[in-house]
Design a protein around this ligand. Structure first.
Ligand SMILES: [Ca+2]
Ligand SMILES: [Ca+2]
Length: 405
């Protein structure tokens, strides 16, 4: 189990050269650490992140959180600015649906809550909405409750207006002290005037334990399937389509780096990337990345993809005593050309990483998948806050047959 904070929707915990000056390289040793300091400057970018999993939310669902242990959820606990509370965790053993539930463990005279800080429900003042969630409680001596804070947002500003009226027009929906998993379906009866945003608070005050799962806000009359998602149709996917019978073996241009850096973009932020003759004579050329502390260099190429498939990224890498490591990342872009998060297994998603010194070229390989709304990806080779020299060659991005992997 991990702290919510680490997994708390931070799709952007690393510098992205396409996103401008936010990209202060994080030290390699910090990459898996808690969030803090300069990383918090990434937070506005999180507003771009949407929680599309392997499915499609029904129209009219304004907020859905499966409380599974994945990225891009946008929720924070009330200690997030100082690293997150260890008492707010994903619990894979006790859950109502999916991979996990949120577990909050209360302490005497302390309030612990989670809210959807970077994924508010965008509502209309005159609309009718229903709050749904599953909850289980055990030994609650104080108060386990759910509240919804109304905001008026305009431009960059968001002003709290007060608590929305939930069932029986109360500001707070109280949960029993001990209960098995229960589905709550609560009309949001009253929104303060000019409300256009709702933030939910999943709370515990005092000793006890509460689990939450499958939390949603939807327009009245819209059913939310358990697990949140409907089966995807082909038209729900962005991007292009490949035919299994005629799959391209390679999506990248000049992945072998035989023709200088043609086809590749280069960004040098204090570190260096240049085309180089292959130091082993195995092929004609490759990319040479020379890193220094606190700086980065990025070799990148963007390609349209078919998001229904898995992809295999491969390369050859040679490293000359790297302090830190060279690795690839895959940044997803939507159909509007906006970046919205890294592809991969976790929030950092360093692919094909190589550290230290290699004995000549080593082959690296990793598979990944993307969300359905991904129209294109940028493959980055990164050397950031790393000292030493790395060579990269034979970079390949190949789509896999549907259903493979
Ligand atoms: Ca769940
Ligand atoms: Ca080559």
């Amino acid at each position: 189990m991990r702290s919510i904070l680490i997994r708390g929707g931070m799709g952007w915990t690393s510098p992205c050269p396409l996103l401008g000056k936010e990209g202060v390289p994080a030290r390699a040793s910090q990459r898996t650490g808690r969030l803090g300091g300069e990383r918090r400057r990434m937070v506005p970018l999180l507003l771009l992140v949407t929680a599309l999993g392997a499915g499609r939310l029904p129209d009219g669902v304004l907020l859905f959180w499966n409380a599974d242990n994945d990225d891009h959820n946008g929720w924070r606990d009330n200690h997030w600015t100082t690293g997150g509370s260890p008492l707010a965790v994903y619990d894979a053993a006790e859950k109502r649906e999916g991979r996990a539930a949120l577990r909050l463990t209360g302490e005497p005279e302390h309030e612990l809550w989670l809210n959807n800080l970077t994924c508010p429900a965008e509502v209309a003042e005159t609309g009718s909405y229903v709050l749904r969630f599953f909850a289980r409680t055990a030994g609650v001596k104080g108060t386990a409750s759910v509240k919804a804070l109304a905001h008026h947002a305009e431009g960059d500003r968001s002003q709290p207006l007060g608590w929305a009226g939930l069932a029986a027009d109360r500001a707070e929906l109280l949960l029993p002290a001990d209960s098995d998993w229960t589905r709550y379906e609560v009309p949001i009866r009253r929104l303060p005037g000019t409300t256009n945003r709702l933030y939910l608070y999943l709370c515990i005050l005092g000793p006890g334990t509460v689990w939450y799962d499958d939390v949603s806000i939807a327009a009245a009359g819209v059913e939310v399937p358990v697990g949140g998602f409907q089966t995807l149709r082909d038209e729900d996917y962005a991007g292009i389509r490949f035919d299994d019978a005629n799959l391209p073996a390679e999506l990248l241009t000049n992945g072998g780096l035989e023709e200088n850096l043609n086809g590749w973009g280069v960004q040098r932020h204090g570190a260096d990337i240049a085309w180089s003759a292959d130091p082993t004579g195995r092929s004609k050329g490759c990319a040479k990345l020379t890193g220094v502390e606190f700086h980065g260099a990025y070799l990148h190429q963007q390609v349209p993809i078919d998001p229904r498939r898995r992809y295999r990224l491969t390369a050859r890498v040679k490293a000359d005593g790297l302090v830190g490591y060279v690795f690839a990342r895959v940044l997803r872009f939507n159909q509007h050309g906006q970046p919205f998060g890294w592809a991969g297994a976790d929030h950092a998603s360093d692919l094909c990483a190589v550290s230290g010194r290699t004995d000549g070229w080593v082959a690296v390989r990793q598979e990944f998948e993307v969300s359905p709304d991904t129209a294109s990806v940028v493959v980055f080779w990164n050397l950031q806050d790393t000292i030493g020299t790395a060579w990269v060659d034979d970079v390949s991005l190949a789509p896999l047959a549907l259903g493979k992997g």
